[in-house]
Design a binder for this molecule. Structure first.
Ligand SMILES: *Cc1c(COP(=O)(O)O)cnc(C)c1O
Length: 381
């Protein structure tokens, strides 16, 4: 049994074979353009809004660069620009902020969802803050609309780290179909995978342009020329950029995965998530995270809270029975690079002491879930 797992097979292998043996161009070209068009159609946005790249972290870094460029074009950038980020996230969110030249300001989360606590974020606002990042923790958009209102009110860019939330809907709109700067990851274990990959969805043309150029070393307009089968031999470069583009090989895997998401992956993940919820909702000392309704989300991970200091007991019982468990996440404000706990964020720290992530992926079967829940019940009985 695995905690999470890529679900790939013959279809993805055929698509890669096609790129290698028929097309022969492995870099960013026709297959990448096709994948961007398919993502645009799935999300209901225009192709210019979709900027694929070689990881979710890269898409977050591009979003930060776009936020910085926007702020600079409207006024004077603070000497040390800063971005509000919930602490309960993958370290990628924090590293991307830092890579983009900004200081991550760790914010607390709501104890019942693990998502950004806006009141805490508001208390940490100062003149250096240029953006707020929201993390759709465990595929849960939750107060996302209020985050956009908050951004609007304070003149901040809003970056949605939607690495957990590809395919999810929030109030009848698909994540990635609305917002400001929305970032997805297509790493090996996410709702769909490219092997490694990611994409930024931008909602204003300037941000899309900045990000598209920045993923190709700042070579202006190189995306359009590559998609037309050419290259840029006499470039102008005005802004810093990185080597972040998605290759045809990875894009070909992504195209196949996208076709499988709604018929195959989404129902499998929802079914297992619902079974976990049904079996665990009445167990004493177990608290499920509150979330948008399960019909609207495609659950990427299954973190649960074990209350009253019993987390380690449950964790060892599962591990003794060969059930792999995870921790999402050790809060970033506790990490050495990000202050080693210099600030105290009570809810993030409380959740860190309670959260255990249970196995969840489409290849898990109902019997696995039943067995896992029995171990938890017996341990807490
Ligand atoms: C996976 C993930 C990322 C980074 O994506 P990569 O594709 O692994 O670089 C960022 N944020 C969160 C919350 C993630 O889960």
């Amino acid at each position: 049994m695995r905690l999470s797992q890529s679900v790939v097979g013959g279809k993805e292998a055929d698509a890669v074979r096609h790129v290698l043996c028929e097309d022969g161009y492995l870099g960013m070209g026709a297959a990448t353009m096709r994948f961007e068009n398919e993502l645009a159609e799935y999300l209901g946005v225009k192709p210019w809004q979709v900027i694929t790249c070689n990881s979710g972290t890269a898409s977050l870094h591009l979003a930060v660069l776009a936020a910085v460029a926007r702020f600079s074009s409207r006024g004077t950038l603070p000497v040390q620009p800063a971005i509000l980020v919930p602490s309960l996230t993958f370290v990628a969110s924090f590293q991307a902020v830092l890579a983009g030249g900004c200081e991550p300001v760790a914010c607390d989360v709501l104890p019942d969802t693990g998502t950004l606590d806006l009141a805490d974020a508001e208390a940490r606002l100062n003149e250096n803050v240029i953006a707020v990042m929201h993390v759709d923790y465990a595929s849960n958009p939750w107060h996302l609309d209020s985050v956009y209102e908050f951004g609007q009110k304070h003149g901040l860019a809003v970056i949605d780290d939607a690495a957990h939330a590809f395919g999810c809907e929030h109030h009848s709109r698909r994540i990635g179909s609305f917002g400001d700067l929305v970032c997805f990851s297509f790493d090996g274990i996410k709702n769909i995978t490219c092997g490694e990959g990611g994409c930024l969805i931008a909602f204003d043309p300037q941000s899309a342009q900045v990000a598209a150029d920045a993923r190709l070393l700042g070579v202006e307009g190189d995306t359009a020329r590559r998609f037309a089968g050419g290259r840029t031999w006499e470039p102008d470069v005005r802004l810093p950029g990185l080597r972040y583009h998605l290759s045809n090989i990875m894009a070909a895997i992504g195209s196949e995965q996208l076709k499988r998401l709604e018929p195959e992956f989404a129902p499998a993940r929802r079914k297992l998530y619902k079974l976990y919820s049904d079996l665990l909702c009445a167990v004493p000392d177990v608290e499920l995270l509150r979330t948008d309704p399960e019909d609207y989300i495609i659950p990427h991970i299954m973190p649960i809270r074990i209350l009253n200091g019993k987390k380690d007991k449950v964790k060892s019982a599962l591990q003794c029975n060969d059930v792999p468990v995870g921790t999402h996440y050790r809060p970033c404000h506790l990490l050495t690079l990000f202050g080693a706990g210099a600030v105290s964020l009570p809810h993030a720290e409380q959740l860190y002491g309670e959260l255990v992530t249970l196995p969840l992926h489409p290849l898990l079967c109902r019997d696995d879930v039943t067995r896992i829940c029995d171990i938890i019940k017996n341990t807490l009985a």
